[in-house]
Each structure stands twice: as C-alpha cells, then as structure tokens.
Design a protein around this ligand. Structure first.
Ligand code: ASP
Length: 351
C-alpha cells in the first residue's frame, strides 16, 4: 500500500514500514505491545507533511516485531528498494530495534552501487506515547535522507541507522541498551552525523560512490549456513564440536576473548583441526564491545591463526553474519569467502 503526502518539490523520500515498537500499540487483553498499521504513525507525526518534499510510505503486511525478522525480509527490502530506486532520492526503513543492526548490516552488503541514503530507524517507545522517541528519530532520518551536497548528490549515500540524534553506519552498529533512548552504539567507528540544532555531517567519514550515475544492483542470494560460537569458561568439547563441525554449518563466527584469544587446551585445538579438515570457515571476532582482533599478540591467539581461523578485525557479530550470508551466497569457494571476509567491502571493518 502506498500513501502519498503530496508536496511538489525536488526530493522524494520513501518511508518503508516493517514493524517494531515505533508502530506498536498496547493490546488491552494481555497488555503486550503489538505492531499496528502504518496510518497510525503518519497521524502521530504530522510534521512529516511539513517537509518541503514528497514523502510516500509503503507498509509490509503484516508489520512484525523485529524478533521475527528472517533473511526473507532483507530480500524483500532489497527488491523493493531496487524497484523504487529511480522514483525516490532516499529510503527510510522503520524497523524494530531488536534486530535492526542485523538488517542494516545485511542490506549494506546486499545493495551494490548505492548512490542514495537507506536509513533505518525506529524507537524505544511507540509513536503514540507522549514521551516517544519515535517522532524525533523519524523526522531526523527523513531530514538526513533528503540532504544533498552543493552538486545535488546525496550527503549520505550509505545504509545507516539514525537513532537518538546519531547517524551511524549500519554495519558498524550494535544494540546496547533495551531501556534508554540511546539504544545503539557504533563502538569502532565515529557517527556519520549528529543532529542537534543543526545536523552536523562528518563528511570525511561518509563513503561516496566512484560513479554517481551507476545503477543499483542487488544481491539477494544468501547462504545462511552460519553458526555463532561464543567462547566461555567451562565450554565443553561436545558443544564446540557440534557448532564447529556440524553438517549444517559452512561458517562459524567465533566470539573470542579480548584481542581474539581462545583456550589452548588440546581438545580445543583438536576440534579446530577437525573443522579445518571439513573446510569450515571460522571467523574470529571479539566479545569486547570495542576494539579489534589481533591474533599476533598472544600465544592463545596465534594458535587460532595457525589453525586457519581468519581475522574478523573490529567487525561486529551482526556485520560478520550479514557479510558471510552475502559472500557465501555469491560463491561456493570457501577460500574466496575467507579472502573477502578479510577485506573492507562496505566500511564494516577498519582495514
Ligand atoms: N521488540 C521490538 C522490535 O524489535 C523492540 C523495538 O522495536 O524497539 O520489534
């Protein structure tokens, strides 16, 4: 369904509603929050109509709690953006906060040749609640999506998250708080913009395309055979073997300690060797909120490197997951996937 708020101007923004708290209402039967239809949001944010450009809206039916997000939603979003790409100058995706970083990360890899902003936002409180953060988030996102430089090019032609006055590169974000308005952080990369009285863009950090007139291509082939192994004291050989060597697993994101360290126990190394024989792709990311993996610092890290574990650098787990889905969907060659995982493709790692 498309609803148009008419204004006859230069920019046109498409607001895509997938669900999430921003559009939720309390169900009086069990008092839980459930997604509601999109027209409610527009009624609650009449300011959208005051912008000097056209805003259209498109709603997924039914809207969902983002805990229900599956890669099929990312494929639908990529196809929708491709289909509408020439009609709009920017795209806002209203999305629940729980998996917003996963979705923004995945979309950053699935959209190639982006010359327009794709900005995810949502809220911690529904838009109908008096103290909602949803209005400010949506209005800032729309304003940023419509921003142009002096040549008329989009100021932020990236997949981003706009939340609580910060604009962050989507594949650098992680949800850090379930209660306060600042729900997201971009621990290893500074914000691309900050919205105060003015919106201050950190232009030198924003990725710009080589060719502003290239067309958008989308990668919707995803291979989801990825598991996540979080190392912890007391982890057992059975658990490690099930995850690293499981038939259904082509790649494992291993969340290690600190700078990329894991146990040096004989059984652990034995399982790593088994996984290597099975040609499993193992990516090392740190459990720390910020900082990077460096397997050359400690002997316990070096063991992993020697066992063929590849460096995820300062990637978030969310970004490593989306990147693996995308790369593995592109190629059956695990060595190629390993090589590409260690390259900076969309600004997701500091390399
Ligand atoms: N459970 C909600 C969701 O992710 C939380 C939110 O939107 O803030 O859809």
């Amino acid at each position: 369904m498309i609803i148009t708020q008419d204004c006859t101007r230069k920019s046109a923004i498409l607001i895509i509603y997938t669900g999430g708290t921003i559009g939720m209402k309390q169900d009086l039967n069990d008092m839980t929050l459930k997604p509601f239809d999109f027209s409610q949001i527009l009624e609650e944010v009449p300011e959208i109509g005051k912008f000097a450009f056209k805003t259209d809206t498109w709603s997924f039916d039914p809207p969902i709690d983002s805990s229900d997000v599956e890669p099929a939603l990312w494929q639908s979003l990529a196809r929708l953006i491709k289909e509408k790409y020439d009609d709009y100058d920017g795209f806002i995706i209203l999305h629940g906060t729980d998996t917003m970083s996963y979705s923004a990360s995945a979309l950053s890899f699935m959209l190639d040749g982006l010359t327009k902003p794709v900005i995810f936002t949502g809220s911690q409180l529904p838009v109908g609640v008096p103290r909602t953060d949803g209005k400010e988030n949506l209005i800032s996102a729309v304003e940023i999506a419509s921003a142009r430089d002096e040549d008329g090019h989009a100021t932020v032609p990236e997949v981003c998250i706009c939340f609580d006055s910060l604009l962050m590169r989507g594949n650098r974000t992680t949800k850090i708080n379930s209660e306060v308005f600042r729900a997201f952080s971009s621990p290893n990369f500074p914000p691309l913009a900050e919205a105060g009285i003015n919106i201050r863009f950190n232009n030198e950090l924003i990725r710009k395309p080589n060719d502003w007139y290239q067309s958008l291509s989308i990668n919707t082939e995803l291979d989801t055979r990825v598991s996540i192994l979080k190392i912890h004291p007391g982890i057992t050989p059975q658990v490690v073997r099930n995850i690293l060597c499981g038939d259904e697993t082509r790649a494992v994101i291993m969340e290690t300690y600190g700078a990329g360290n894991a146990p040096s126990a004989g059984w652990f190394l034995e399982i790593l060797r088994e996984a290597a024989c099975l040609d499993k792709i193992i990516v090392n990311v740190t459990q720390c909120l910020s900082g990077s993996v460096n397997m050359d610092i400690y002997a316990n890290g070096k063991i992993l490197e020697n066992a063929g574990v590849i460096n995820g650098y300062d990637s978030t787990t969310e970004s490593a997951l989306g990147k693996l889905f995308y790369l593995m969907g592109k190629s059956a060659d695990n060595n190629w996937v390993r090589a590409m995982m260690q390259r900076n493709l969309k600004g997701e790692i500091s390399k």
